[in-house]
Design a protein around this ligand. Structure first.
Ligand SMILES: Cc1cc2nc3c(=O)[nH]c(=O)nc-3n(C[C@H](O)[C@H](O)[C@H](O)COP(=O)(O)O)c2cc1C
Length: 207
C-alpha cells in the first residue's frame, strides 16, 4: 500500500483515539499478510517480572480493547492478580505501531458467550481440552482430551468453559507511532483526562 493510500499519518484531525485506531486497523486489514488483529500483550507477575505474548484482538470500542483466553493460563492469572495490562500492535507493512495500557476488566458473560458461540466447533472443543500454560506430558494427552470432549459434546451446544472468557483493557493512554524518514517518526499519545468519558489530552512527542 503506498503512502498516499493510507488514511492519515499526521494525526491532526483526531480528538480521540478510537476512530484513528479503527482506520489504522482497517488499513492493516488491507496490507498485512495475516492476522492484522495480532497484538503483543504484556502482563506482570506477582514479583513484578514482565511477561509478553501474542493474542488476537476480538473487539474494541470506547470502553477498551478485548481479547479472549483461558483465565487459568499464565496471562490470565497475572491479569487477575495485577488488574492491569498493556498491548502493542506492530504492522510491518504499514510501518506503524500502536501501544496502550490500563486497568483490565472481565467482559460480561453475555459478551463472552456471544463470542464463544461464534468460534468454530473445533476451537470450542479446544478451549475445553487445553489446560493452557500448564505442563503437557505429550501431544497424545492433548489429542485424547480433544477426543473425549468431542464425544462428550457430540450432540447439542458446547457450553463455554467457566475458566474461559474475555478481558477488556480500559486504556488510560494510547500512543500512535508512524515511521518517517531519518527516524524522525510521528508519535502522538492520547491520555485519558481525569474521568472516563471526559475526553482525551493529545500530546505529540519527540520520536
Ligand atoms: C498470532 C497469535 C495469536 C494468538 N492469539 C491468542 C489469543 O487470542 N488467546 C490466547 O489465549 N492465546 C493466543 N495465542 C497464544 C499465546 O501467544 C500464548 O502462547 C498462550 O496464550 C499462552 O500464554 P500464557 O502462558 O502467557 O498465558 C496466540 C499466539 C499467536 C502467535
Amino acid at each position: 500500500m503506498s503512502e498516499t493510500e493510507l488514511t492519515t499519518g499526521d494525526f491532526t484531525e483526531e480528538s480521540e483515539p478510537f476512530s484513528l485506531f479503527a482506520k489504522w486497523l482497517a488499513d492493516a486489514g488491507k496490507s498485512e499478510p495475516n492476522d492484522p488483529n495480532a497484538v503483543a500483550l504484556a502482563t506482570v507477575d506477582a514479583s513484578g517480572l514482565p511477561n509478553v505474548r501474542m493474542v488476537l484482538l476480538k473487539g474494541f470500542d470506547e470502553r477498551g480493547f478485548v481479547f479472549y483466553t483461558n483465565f487459568e493460563s499464565q496471562k490470565g492469572q497475572e491479569i487477575l492478580g495485577a488488574g492491569k495490562a498493556a498491548m502493542c500492535f506492530h504492522w510491518k507493512s504499514l510501518r506503524r505501531q500502536v501501544r496502550l495500557r490500563g486497568p483490565v476488566e472481565v467482559v460480561s458473560d453475555a459478551e463472552a458467550d456471544e463470542y464463544y458461540a461464534s468460534r468454530p466447533r473445533g476451537s470450542r472443543i479446544g478451549a475445553w481440552a487445553s489446560k493452557q500454560s500448564r505442563p503437557l506430558e505429550g501431544r497424545f494427552a492433548l489429542e485424547k482430551a480433544v477426543a473425549e470432549y468431542t464425544a462428550r459434546y457430540a450432540i447439542g451446544e458446547i457450553p463455554r468453559p467457566p475458566y474461559w472468557s474475555g478481558f477488556r483493557i480500559r486504556p488510560v493512554s494510547i500512543e500512535f507511532w508512524h515511521d518517517r524518514p531519518f527516524r524522525l517518526h510521528d508519535r502522538v499519545e492520547f491520555r485519558r483526562t481525569a474521568a472516563e468519558g471526559e475526553g482525551w489530552e493529545k500530546v505529540r512527542m519527540y520520536p
